[in-house]
Design a protein around this ligand. Structure first.
Ligand SMILES: [Zn+2]
Length: 192
């Protein structure tokens, strides 16, 4: 970018107005240290957990820059976090996953699977209170793609499962069509 025929080569600066500064900070940190920091709860505000770094925004940036290995590492951290917390993303987070990531994005697949489980796991009263139907309906109205992906799972008769119980490779990018178990890519730390 700084050496080619781009305007950035003349100005020696680049602007990424639509990306979050925090996500760029995380990208630089990853470039220096070679690993994604642990994802944990930093604060609880009005009953909603705020995590130590913006995983969805960081993932969206990695996806935009086409960095599959980084995408997989972030996804492993996200899956590991929800698995340990025995929880699922808030409706706001699932909407953000749809807003920032393109169709066919593994992050969208993760959100759809969580969304599907929340609706199909119908006997859990606590879950119904935390994810009210009205809120889930609003999410479907706001993101028609989410409604479509949900219907697809429904029509296929998919068994409702929390995403972190599925093989992590379900949410990975494998350019060569292989899974991590065949040694292609990714960070298998949470597979243990
Ligand atoms: Zn994999």
């Amino acid at each position: 970018m700084f050496k080619g025929n781009f305007k950035e080569a003349t100005t020696q600066s680049a602007n990424f107005p639509e990306d979050s500064p925090a996500a760029f900070g995380l990208l630089l940190r990853w470039a220096y240290f070679g690993k994604v920091p642990a994802l944990c709860v930093e604060a609880v505000e009005d009953g909603v957990c705020r995590l130590s770094w913006p995983a969805t925004r960081f993932y969206a940036l990695a996806e935009k820059l086409y960095m599959p290995s980084l995408q997989n590492s972030i996804m492993d951290e996200v899956m590991g976090y929800y698995g340990k917390a025995d929880s699922l993303p808030s409706t706001t987070t699932m909407c953000l996953m749809y807003e920032l990531c393109p169709a066919q994005s593994p992050m969208r697949t993760f959100a759809t699977r969580a969304f599907y489980f929340l609706i199909m796991h119908r006997h859990d009263k606590a879950m119904q209170q935390m994810w009210p139907l009205l809120e889930l309906h609003r999410a479907m109205m706001k993101h028609p793609d989410l409604a479509f992906d949900f219907l697809e799972l429904l029509r296929e008769g998919t068994i409702p499962q929390v995403p972190d119980e599925l093989d992590f490779c379900t949410f990975h990018v494998h350019g060569d069509g292989k899974s991590c178990s065949s040694g292609s890519s990714g960070n298998p730390i949470h597979l243990l």
